[in-house]
Design a protein around this ligand. Sequence first.
Ligand code: G3H
Ligand code: 13P
Ligand code: ZN
Length: 286
Amino acid sequence: MPLVNLKYLMDRAEAGQYAVGAFNCNNMEIVQAIVEAAEEEEAPVIIQASQGAIKYAGLDFIVSLVKTAADKATIPVCLHLDHGTNFDQVCECIDKGFTSVMYDGSQYSLEENIRVTQMVIKLAHAANVSVEGELGKIGGTEDDVHVDEKDASYTKPEEAKRYVEETGVDALAIAIGTAHGQYKGQPKLRFDILEEIDRLIKTPIVLHGSSGVSDEAIRNAIAHGVRKINIDTNIREAFVRGVHKAIVANPYEIDPRKILGPAKEEMKDIIKEKIRLFGSSGQGKR
Ligand code: G3H
Ligand code: 13P
Ligand code: ZN
């Protein structure tokens, strides 16, 4: 079916009190793994492209791969720009057929973030494209998780309220202690902040850096308004594990399909596991 926008998926997730998985893609095998896993779980799904993915594969390849996979699928698929930081790139993604974009202005002052997000919303909504905004600082792979636990990095609930009221974003990414990449230990999440944000805003909440977050914490996040959950690292790990296993099992294999095929299956397993955890299995049935 044709791509759907994020708002379509978020409205249904809110009504059903579940979260939709947002999985990062970088190549054909990853796109296929995400759509096949979602199809087998009959789940709605978001496929997202990061700055790194755009540099690696290029926007045109990403759009063609995702549109081709979505056209063949019976479940709803949304194509989303992950961590867009540049207004021109957001415009390009909208022109090329993305159905949702993230504008990550979290490095700016609240006023500047609101100002640019408003510009993005105007343009995106006119094209029926949804917008995810971000407030607070989500840690990066290189960051020490403990440094990120400083209060200054967390989303401030009152600012979240002002930001969603003044921008009208379709989803809001928050910082409650998650970080991108592999965690060194179990992340300590600030559910008190999430609960306060959930109390103050009706906008669906997005959790980034969700690979490595415990199942219990994910369930708790969904119970407090998280409706989009970003997973990248778990897919990278599965891909490399699959490739590694195939090469170890047959060190003289020269057919790439016999290495990438098993890697795809390894990725599908973790994606299906996450979809079940998020409660979105069966929610993509027609
Ligand atoms: O947003 C964070 C993702 O893990 C993307 O990282 O830009 O290296 O693809 P990347
Ligand atoms: P992980 O790589 O930690 O799963 O985070 C993904 C993410 O938040 C993409 O925006
Ligand atoms: Zn992220």
